[in-house]
Ligand binder design. Structure first.
Ligand SMILES: [Fe+2]
Ligand SMILES: [Fe+2]
Length: 201
C-alpha cells in the first residue's frame, strides 16, 4: 500500500504528537517535583520524558523513511489533555494515558500497520506499547505512594539509598536527611522496579 494513502501515516503523526506532548508534560512534572523537594521523583520524570522523546523520534523517522525524507503537512484529528498540573493527580492521570496507549491505542495502530503491509512500523508500535505498559506501572505506583504520603514509608524494613552520595540504611522509614551528605529525603531512591516486582511475586 502507498504510504501516503495509508492510515498508518496519520497514526504515526498522531503518535508523534502524543509522545511529544507526554514528554513536555513529564518535564513540567519534573519541575514540579523539584519544587516539592522530591529530587528522585523529579529525576524519574525526567527519564520518562526522555523515553517519550525517543518514542517520538522513532515515529518521526518512520514518516521520513517512508515518504522520501519530507512531508509538507500531515493533518490529524486527535484529542489531547490540558489539565492544571498537580503532581498527585497528574501522576494518576498520566498512568491512565500510558495504560490506554499500552493496551489499546498502539496495539490497534500495530494491527493497522500490519494490515497495510508496514511490518517494521507495526513492530515499533508493539515495542513502544511494551514500554508504555512499564510506564503505566511506574506512574500508578508512584501516584499511590504520593497520594498516601508514603513515598518513604514501608511496612517492612527496606533498603534506602541516597541518590547523591550512595549512603544506604535499612529501616521502615527512609532517612529524613542523609546522615552522610545531608541531602533532604527527596534524594532517597525509591527502588520501584524491585518493589513492583515484589508486588507481583
Ligand atoms: Fe512513549
Ligand atoms: Fe510512556
Amino acid at each position: 500500500m502507498d504510504f501516503n494513502e495509508s492510515v498508518t501515516k496519520t497514526n504515526l503523526a498522531r503518535s508523534f504528537s502524543a509522545e511529544c506532548q507526554a514528554g513536555a508534560r513529564y518535564q513540567f512534572m519534573s519541575k514540579m517535583a523539584l519544587q516539592d523537594q522530591q529530587k528522585f521523583l523529579s529525576d524519574t520524570m525526567k527519564t520518562l520524558a526522555k523515553n517519550e522523546m525517543a518514542h517520538a523520534k522513532v515515529f518521526y523517522d518512520h514518516i521520513l523513511n517512508n515518504s522520501g525524507g519530507s512531508v509538507k503537512n500531515i493533518s490529524i484529528e486527535a484529542g489531547f489533555p490540558f489539565d492544571e498540573p498537580k503532581l498527585e493527580s497528574s501522576l494518576l492521570e498520566e498512568s491512565k494515558i500510558e495504560e490506554a496507549e499500552a493496551n489499546n491505542i498502539y496495539p490497534s495502530f500495530a494491527r493497522i500497520a500490519k494490515d497495510e503491509g508496514f511490518a517494521d512500523i507495526a513492530k515499533s508500535f508493539e515495542m513502544v506499547a511494551n514500554v508504555e505498559a512499564t510506564h503505566h506501572q511506574i506512574l500508578k505506583y508512584l501516584a499511590s505512594l504520593y497520594s498516601k504520603r508514603k513515598m518513604y514509608r514501608r511496612d517492612t524494613p527496606t533498603e534506602w539509598k541516597c541518590s547523591n552520595c550512595g549512603y544506604v540504611s535499612i529501616s521502615k522509614d527512609g532517612f529524613k536527611e542523609c546522615p552522610l551528605c545531608n541531602m533532604p529525603q527527596g534524594y532517597v531512591i525509591i527502588d520501584f522496579e524491585k518493589e513492583l516486582q515484589d508486588q507481583h511475586e
